[in-house]
Design a protein around this ligand. Structure first.
Ligand SMILES: [Zn+2]
Ligand SMILES: [Zn+2]
Length: 293
């Protein structure tokens, strides 16, 4: 175990160990107020003044972000998980019927490519949500960006999320692609087989990404997960700890993290931010810094 590993484990264990106490302090003593506040958020999410965030305590911010997880959002997540399972099943059956054993090399090569692509996609989505927008951004603010802000304010909160809350958003992202692979008519050519296998594998890894991310914050993981983390098949705790250093501006890829060192070496995210600031005037991570200040 390296020094970085030990630091990541210690930080996680310290926070996880005190998590219940913190949550009791933060959420436990005023359930009535919480329910009222949550109902208000459900009816109409309160707009946020960024300046006010600098005056709020960490526990107030955590409480506010938690209360913004609405039953509407929960419903969307449940539907997304169900659709993911149905479409993944249909697409996988199509793949198996065709070529799985005979053309296993197509499956294996497209799987490796899909793992790289999923890692890059996770980086893009994570970078966009961390760097731009606020909870007031139409469509995605309260439903999507909220969970990224919550994660930076209280990184181990996600270890208490159930399967639906952990994976609902990622399932939603894959549903249009899996619906396409389920119903599109394809030829039995190498090109079509490779493309189908690539897309199905891509969706599989995109869906798993936040579960993998959650494992990277979990103190005790199942043995098979620990092995996958150790051998770099999925994101390791040490790699992800690099991202969680304020100002949270690097190592955005969270599927397996394979692309993180390479993207960091060419300053990929910084250059992308410079282009966007130049064209729009927006300041990277302005909202995230207000929440994490
Ligand atoms: Zn982040
Ligand atoms: Zn994280």
């Amino acid at each position: 175990m390296t020094v970085l590993d030990a630091a990541a484990v210690l930080a996680d264990s310290t926070i996880v160990g005190s998590q219940d106490c913190i949550e009791q302090l933060v959420f436990g003593n005023d359930n009535i107020n919480d329910d009222q506040s949550k109902q208000q958020q459900e009816d109409e999410p309160e707009r946020i003044n960024t300046e006010d965030l600098f005056k709020k305590t960490k526990s107030d911010k955590t409480k506010d972000l938690k209360n913004r997880y609405t039953s509407t959002k929960r419903g969307q997540e449940i539907i997304s998980v169900i659709l993911f399972v149905v479409f993944l099943g249909l697409s996988s059956m199509k793949m198996m019927n065709w070529f799985f054993i005979k053309n296993i090399w197509i499956f294996l090569s497209s799987s490796v490519l899909a793992m790289f692509a999923a890692d890059f996609f996770s980086g893009i989505v994570h970078w966009m949500a961390d760097t731009w927008g606020t909870l007031d951004t139409p469509l995605v603010g309260n439903s999507f960006i909220r969970s990224f802000r919550e994660h930076h304010v209280m990184p181990t909160a996600m270890t208490h999320h159930d399967f639906i809350e952990t994976n609902g958003d990622n399932c939603m992202l894959t549903v249009p692609v899996l619906a396409f692979t389920s119903f599109v008519a394809v030829q039995q050519t190498y090109y079509d087989m490779f493309l189908l296998s690539f897309l199905v594998n891509l969706c599989f890894w995109v869906m798993l990404t936040n579960q993998i991310h959650k494992w990277s914050h979990t103190y005790r993981v199942p043995a098979y997960v620990g092995l996958m983390q150790k051998y770099g098949l999925i994101l390791s705790k040490r790699d992800h700890a690099v991202h969680h250093r304020n100002p949270f501006d690097k190592y955005y890829c969270i599927t397996n993290g394979w692309l993180n060192p390479w993207l960091a070496s060419i300053g990929f995210w910084k250059r992308l931010e410079e282009v966007i600031t130049l064209t729009t005037g927006a300041i990277p991570r302005a909202d995230d810094q207000a929440w994490t200040s």
